[in-house]
Design a protein around this ligand. Structure first.
Ligand code: ADP
Length: 626
């Protein structure tokens, strides 16, 4: 017998599971059944795809049994099995990166949401919610030796040689006092029906049934075994056979979610391509949505045989939050995972699936505001990724984008923006580079506000990357295509519609502009008279092609190379601070005012000053009138 230490992360996770997860304990059974089902899927694949496994008689089944007196519950399968190495790798470590952050999140989560655990894919360990000792007896398909893994869920586990008649895995839970409630026929049946009814392999439950004689006296008991699940692949059934509960149950099983899905799309395609797809959108974005090594959510089957659940190509990256199944009739069963990448059939299914999902998104956006608001709050950012990743569907995705705005509460779309536009307005305006509060308070908005022009608030980091790729918004109006330019208010040139300054005042103020330019030197790209400002004395804008200052700072912070972006300083020709400079000849004072005008404009945009001490010194000098 060899003792092994759990990887530190596993110990920490187990500690959390044992000491703080009490809600939804019953999901442990769903997790064990779903592992058994995966193991059967894997073996089924090998028996059709790999000659070495052709000799194995594949009669898949999952068996659950329990013993109330011994306080045990057992889940057995005759699937792929594990050898010693598999046990160490699968039941002793968590290979995925992001584990540490996940654990921190879980530790900080007051509700100790068992949902998080499932999503993270540590399903097996959830059995320690109801057991204080677990034994896993397993024999890998094609191998002679069997192994027994035993642990009490603390720092270590043991593995020793054991025996098992044929391939497969038997997981035995030694239940805690609280866990014993699950060791009875009715709870198990109920949980299996609720969470695993659509597992595509038969799940049997073995139990003792008491027998009575004619007089109603107990005369002993017989052992019975019944199938407790439906056992048919749900995605193959027709929609009319299925109820909402069926869809929801299947979703919870494949997505490890305890919440219902936001919505689902079930498609049966017949004709040149034959396939079934069943897709779900979770109510809450998967926790690993923004991790590079996110777990793909769509499983591929060929003629009901599971092929893979680890192919990121099945969906475009921007749709990585979608959960579900693709089952093709046309792919060969022995298709290798490498060949999948270039497979024409699969790429056609994928294209059709994306179209189908987009059509569903559109319907929901148009008909169910409440659902769509949830969708937007969770998936606005991946949608925006879609705009620059998925050229074929760009137009459709752009229609789905939602933004905050100065004109309305909640979310709005480009289409709604243009429908509110005043006659003659030529552009769609937005402001970006900062958080919502800062953006709404920005002096840049003053002139737009004064003219009653709506401005979209783009407070997401991704907006600065995506918006430059949408220079125009176009809409079909009968035969004609209407088109509007999309412009950032903090970009030079976005002020053309504002026509506030007249030539005369521009001439009057030229000397002031020259003085400021001289004083500021290469701190700025230019100093201009502003059409945007009403109350504030100054603001900064950037050249059409430059990223905003905030964006440049962000790139710098994450170590990305960025050109040194210099702002253009715009000044308000009607503001007393500016007009008083006309007659000022004190060069030191002009320099102080110039730099303070620039620094305060930066500050309002939420940008950190490189020389804050200098700012304070100058301000104090100006205040004392020195
Ligand atoms: P997940 O199922 O999300 O990968 P688990 O913690 O539930 O996470 O399981 C970890 C791994 O242990 C599985 O990926 C699988 O390799 C292995 N495993 C668990 N149960 C079984 C089983 N019944 N048969 C074969 N392998 C299993």
């Amino acid at each position: 017998m060899a003792q092994h230490q759990f990887q530190t992360e596993v110990s920490r996770l187990l500690h959390l599971i044992i000491h703080s997860l009490y809600s939804n304990r019953e999901i442990f059974l769903r997790e064990l059944v779903s592992n058994a089902s995966d193991a059967l899927d894997k073996l089924k694949y090998l028996t059709v795809a790999d000659d070495a496994y052709k000799g194995i008689v594949f009669e898949p089944r999952i068996d659950i049994s329990f013993d109330k007196d011994k306080k045990t519950l057992t889940v057995a399968d005759n699937g792929i099995g594990m050898n010693e190495r598999d046990m160490v790798e699968s039941l002793g470590t968590i290979a995925r990166s992001g584990t540490r952050q996940f654990l921190e999140k879980l530790a900080a989560d007051a509700k100790k949401d068992s949902n998080l655990i499932g999503q993270f894919g540590v399903g097996f360990y959830s059995a320690f919610m109801v057991a204080d000792k677990i034994e896993v007896l397993s024999r890998k398909a094609g191998e002679e030796a069997a192994w027994k893994w035993v642990s009490e869920g603390k720092e270590s586990y043991d593995i020793e040689v054991a025996e098992r008649d044929s391939q497969g895995t038997t997981v035995t839970l030694f239940l805690t006092e609280e866990g014993v409630e699950f060791a009875n026929r009715w709870s198990i049946e109920d949980i299996v029906k609720r969470y695993s009814n659509h597992v595509a392999f038969p799940i049997y439950l073995t139990y003792d049934q008491k027998e009575y004689d004619d007089k109603g006296k107990e005369k002993g008991s017989v052992t019975k075994t019944d199938q407790v699940n439906d056992g048919a692949a749900i995605w193959r059934k027709s929609k009319s056979e299925l109820k909402n509960e069926d869809y929801v149950e299947f979703y919870k099983q494949i997505a490890h979610d305890t919440d219902d899905p936001l919505f689902y799309v079930h498609t049966k395609a017949e004709g040149t391509l034959e396939y079934n797809t069943l897709f779900y959108v979770p109510k809450k974005a998967p926790f690993d949505l923004y991790q590079v090594d996110y777990k793909p959510g769509v499983k591929l089957y060929v003629k009901r045989v599971f092929i893979t659940d680890d192919d990121k190509e099945l969906m475009p990256t921007w749709l990585r939050f979608v959960r579900g199944v693709i089952d093709s009739e046309d792919l060969p069963l022995n298709v290798s995972r490498e060949i999948l990448q270039q497979n024409k059939i699969l790429s056609n299914i994928r294209t059709a699936s994306v179209k189908k999902l987009l059509a569903e998104f559109k319907t929901i956006a148009e008909t169910d505001k409440e659902k769509w608001d949830i969708f937007v709050s969770q998936y606005n950012r991946p949608l925006k990724e879609g705009v620059y990743q998925d050229w074929a569907n760009r137009e459709a995705i752009i229609e789905l984008l939602r933004f905050k705005s100065t004109a309305v509460e909640g979310w709005t779309s480009f289409a709604e923006y243009v429908s509110r536009m005043k006659d003659g307005q030529k552009n769609i305006y937005y402001i970006s580079g900062g958080d919502e509060k800062n953006l709404r308070a920005s002096p840049l908005l003053e002139a737009w506000r004064a003219k009653g022009i709506e401005v979209l608030i783009m407070d997401g980091e991704i907006d600065e990357i995506v918006l430059p790729s949408i220079p125009k918004y176009e809409k079909q109006d009968g035969e004609t295509t209407l088109s509007w330019d999309i412009k950032g208010v903090n970009h030079v040139g976005a002020d053309a519609e504002l026509d506030k300054t007249d030539k005369q005042s521009e001439k009057d103020l030229q000397p002031v502009l020259d003085k400021l330019k001289k004083a500021l030197g290469d701190r700025v790209k230019d100093v201009k008279l502003s059409k945007r400002l009403h109350d504030s004395p100054s603001c900064i804008v950037t050249d059409e092609k430059d990223p905003s200052i905030q964006m440049a700072q962000m790139f710098k912070a994450i170590g990305q190379p960025v050109p040194d972006v210099k702002p253009v300083l715009e000044i308000n020709g009607e503001h007393p601070i500016v007009t008083r400079l006309k007659d000022c000849t004190d060069e030191e004072r002009i320099a102080d005012v110039a730099i303070v005008l620039l620094d305060q404009a930066l500050l309002v945009e939420g940008i950190r000053l490189s020389d804050s001490a200098g700012f304070v010194k100058r301000l104090n000098r100006l205040l004392t009138g020195a």
